[in-house]
Ligand binder design. Sequence first.
Ligand code: PHE
Ligand code: NA
Length: 506
Amino acid sequence: TSPPREQFTGQVGFILSAIGSAVGLGNIWRFPGVAYENGGGAFMVPYVIALLTAGIPILFLDYALGHRFRGGPPTAFRRVKTWLESLGWFQVMICFVIAIYYAAVIAWALSYFVYSFGLQWGDDPAAFFTGDYLQLSDTANGGPWFSLDFVPAVLIPLVLVWVATLAVLAGGVAKGIEKANVIFLPVLVIAFSVLVVRAIFLDGAGDGLNALFTPDWGALGDLNVWIAAYGQIFFSLSVAFGIMITYSSYRKRKANLTSPGLVVAFSNSGFEMLAGIGVFAALGFLAHEQGVAVADLEGLTGPILSFVTFPAVISQMPAGALFGALFFGSLALAGFTSLISILQVVSASFQEKFGLSRRQATLWIGLVAAALSVIGMATTTGLIALDTIDNWSNQIGIVASAVIMCIFFVWLLHKGPELRYHLNAVSTFQVGRWWYACVGVIVPAILAYMLVSRIVDLVQNPYEKYDETYLLYAGWGTLVVLVVGAVVLTLPRWRRSPDEFTPWPA
Ligand code: PHE
Ligand code: NA
């Protein structure tokens, strides 16, 4: 006999954990730049529409599947249709791959947290990041694309991140995941709010905010702006690849699903706005110090924003060390609570299918993931691998997973009504028929278009102008790993009957 399914202690623990998962690196380093480049203030229109027509509806779909069928994606999907188990393992594989590189960014943030105190990046943060710190291979001039030269400054914090993550997962849903989020999320919100308030009072902050919020209404006629909005919402809410399915499977039978869903979605967007304000206020200050316009600054998103542009801001401001510690501490915390959620999907799925205990699953998955993470990310080619794998798993893998989910569950298997009744039976906020239109038509249509155009683009233009053979293995190879992994994990027999943790009776 198996132990009863784990549970969050209650609504608050679940909400904080779900927000902890959603609020991640994407909020801090992706949203501000994406909004700025896609119409500024006018971006809010497609952004809110994407939130309401895609983000929240898919969040509800995830919650309904996880709660009604009570399991990680393979278990939950198998209960709907046996052969859908493989789609579940596809989502598990996405989580596994993302965890491998996501951990590395948290490790960098930890290093930079320490570096902040001595402004260790010196006068040239760009050279420091790729040179002194990452010791990045110079592939443009014949350096290797894949090396096994380890970089201790990355290796040490990376091992720490893995140890901490596995310790939390070994503690279980209530005593590990929930506890970590109940402590870390408030710390994150307070630290980040202090940072934003400080940033607003810097010289030139107003120019930064004007640059971010001045609306370019013409952008609304540009299809790419709409695609960017849907892409941002989708990535930011971490929907459609198993995380929210897994978390909602740990809720009690009579759990209110939809209202907490709205709280999570709006909190995530609120944090994005906060980050937009903080980041652009700081960029306004940098432009002011350098005597240029905000529009002339470079490096406004991703790793470069965080690890090159921000260090430049920190070096120029009074009491920069403290500001730096707040920024990199926030980045590490935001990433850590997301990483926990990604790995729990993998752990839960292995526990359920292979009859492992929580500790066994944590140990085995942790060892394999940590080893791959160290080999792939803690070497002189780590940044290139990270960038490439991230692009394929996120831009292709997650979007494909979402499209397939909508098409199978809503179109082919007509599960829409059953899932909507389930949501409405347990929740206070009632989901109307509009939900079918969103998850059945709008989401699959927009995401299918996005998927096809991204694939075409990647086939025609080598990503980042990287070596084409490298992209074949590291980029398209990532996709092959996701698919092959999904098939291989579907094949073995269930060691534990999926009916052992019974779904909630209808
Ligand atoms: N939602 C997270 C963010 O906004 C990103 C994330 C991606 C989280 C993948 C988990 C897994 O940063
Ligand atoms: Na987010």
